[in-house]
Design a protein around this ligand. Structure first.
Ligand code: UDP
Length: 473
């Protein structure tokens, strides 16, 4: 009998995609059976989105990977329109996990449960059922380290972290600038802060931690996690298993853009996509468009209707927000960039674009999946962080990892101007200044391939854990 494990992603494509890919890997490369548990809801959330449906279509499933839908949560009953993004995700997840115990028993009590970072209530259920529980980290190790230390900061800092005068020195890691702090960690008196603290303070309860990263990418934070006395005292055993990224996919809707890409010279096209949720304000959209035009570079831009409400405007409706770019892009932009640029409303297959030889740069919101996909395909980035931990990621990618450039933004400046946008685009796509970034990302791509290969560090890490599960079966 093959060992049977269960995997439970929380809401959002940024969680679903890597846990799904990891599940496939456990089945195809390590001979396990996996039950993939899916949180479902009655209405508008990522689990009902078009992008989700595409990911989970039966043709994508190996035979030992089984989808199990948790009983549907009535979103209208448990949430309200005042809730911000993390509170909403965590509230729905908590409600859904009320059924977890019976679902785990129904599927025959698996040998282990793997959850991501926002489903830590599952640890209690697993303890009751004597099932080991693992966390799969969908962020960088550097953010995981910050978050463990955040529990300490919550105890020792008076007032709000947003008011600290100096960057936060996380043991063994690069300091975190206050302006880069994720919103959820800034102000104590908010539901967002409480949910964040609730989950991060429980990460230490896991039986093991899977990092979607590898030794050469995050050498310093990994060393801190393993060797620094603070982290050693609060971190379960860790396994680096990355990069776990979306594999090549069949996407009919991308065919038109792919044939345009086929006609472009190697490394000449800039790809612009801001994750599953990312949206720009109206004013920023205008500068962005004219900045691209001013750069005189070829581009593919995944566009979404601008909104002033939130920078994660499509998070709960990804891929469903059909929109007409001509209605909101600045007048004359589409005519002026015809032949040079392609505009794709709402969503395209990002991996298909990143892996294409014509793609030479990526404006990214620095979500961790997008970051890993970019590095795994050797594409240098321009960092355009919007929400969650993305500002922290952007600084690390630009200043420590050396695979991205950040536009210069003055304190208090809300909109990045077109001239600055054109400057960073040219720098990454063609300038001498971009040489080092391009070299570094190619170097990391090689190390990623090596880590994933048989006898590579990430492959071996997974083998070690799977061996631990085998004798139990
Ligand atoms: N993605 C995509 N097409 C798009 C936008 C995003 O395929 O037009 C995928 C992308 O490849 C990545 C995921 O959506 O796998 C986004 O995850 P990430 O962690 O980068 O950001 P999040 O959406 O969680 O903010």
């Amino acid at each position: 009998m093959k060992p049977h494990v269960a995997v439970l992603p929380s809401l959002g494509l940024g969680h679903l995609i890597p846990l799904f890919e990891f599940s496939k890997r456990l089945v195809l490369h390590h001979g396990l059976q996996v039950s993939f548990l899916i949180i479902t809801t009655t209405t508008d959330d990522p689990s009902s989105s078009a992008a989700n449906a595409q990911l989970l279509q039966p043709s994508n499933l190996p035979s030992d990977l089984h989808l199990v839908h948790l009983p549907s949560v009535d979103v209208d009953k448990v949430t309200n329109s005042e809730m911000q993004i993390l509170t909403r995700i965590c509230t729905i997840t908590e409600e859904s996990l009320r059924s977890l115990k019976s679902v785990l028993m129904d599927i025959g009590s698996p040998k282990a449960l793997i959850v991501d970072l926002l489903s830590t209530q599952a640890f209690d259920v697993c303890r009751e059922l004597s099932i080991p529980a693992y966390s799969f980290v969908t962020t960088p190790v550097s953010f995981f380290a910050f978050s463990l230390y955040f529990v300490e900061l919550d105890r020792t800092v008076e007032g709000d972290l947003a008011d600290l005068p100096e960057p936060i020195q996380v043991p063994g890691c690069s300091p975190v600038r206050i302006e880069d702090l994720l919103d959820q960690a800034r102000i104590r008196n908010s539901d967002e802060y409480k949910w964040f603290l609730f989950h991060v303070s429980r990460w230490r309860l896991a039986d093991g931690i899977f990092f979607n990263s590898w030794e050469d990418l995050e050498t310093i934070p990994l060393k801190a996690i393993r060797e620094n006395p603070f982290f050693k005292s609060v971190t379960p055993p860790v396994y680096t298993v990355g990069p776990v990224t979306k594999q090549e996919e069949q996407d009919e809707s991308a065919a038109e853009y792919m044939s345009w890409l086929d006609e472009q010279p190697p490394n000449s096209v800039l790809f612009v996509a801001l994750g599953s949720g990312g949206t720009l304000s109206g004013e920023q959209m205008i500068e962005f468009a004219w900045g691209l035009e001013l750069s005189r570079q070829r581009f593919i831009w995944v566009v979404r209707k601008p909104t002033e409400v939130s920078s994660s405007g499509t998070f709960f409706n990804v891929g469903n927000d059909t929109n007409s770019p001509e209605e909101y892009l600045p007048e004359g932009f589409l005519e002026k960039t015809q032949g040079v640029g392609v505009v794709v409303p709402s969503w395209t297959s990002q991996v298909a674009v990143l892996r294409h030889p014509s793609t030479g740069g990526f404006i990214s919101h620095c979500g961790w999946n997008s970051t890993l996909e970019s590095i795994a395909h050797g594409v240098p980035m321009i960092a355009w962080p919007l929400y969650a931990e993305q500002k922290m990621n952007a600084t690390v990618l630009a200043e420590d990892t050396g695979v991205a450039v950040k536009p210069e933004v003055k304190a208090g400046q809300m909109v990045v101007g077109r001239v600055e946008i054109a400057r960073v685009v040219r720098m990454v796509m063609e300038g001498d200044e971009g040489d080092e970034i391009r070299r570094r990302v190619r170097e990391l791509k090689e190390t990623a391939t090596k880590a994933l290969g048989v006898s590579g560090s990430s492959y071996e890490s997974v083998c070690r854990v799977v061996e631990e599960w085998k004798p139990l079966s």
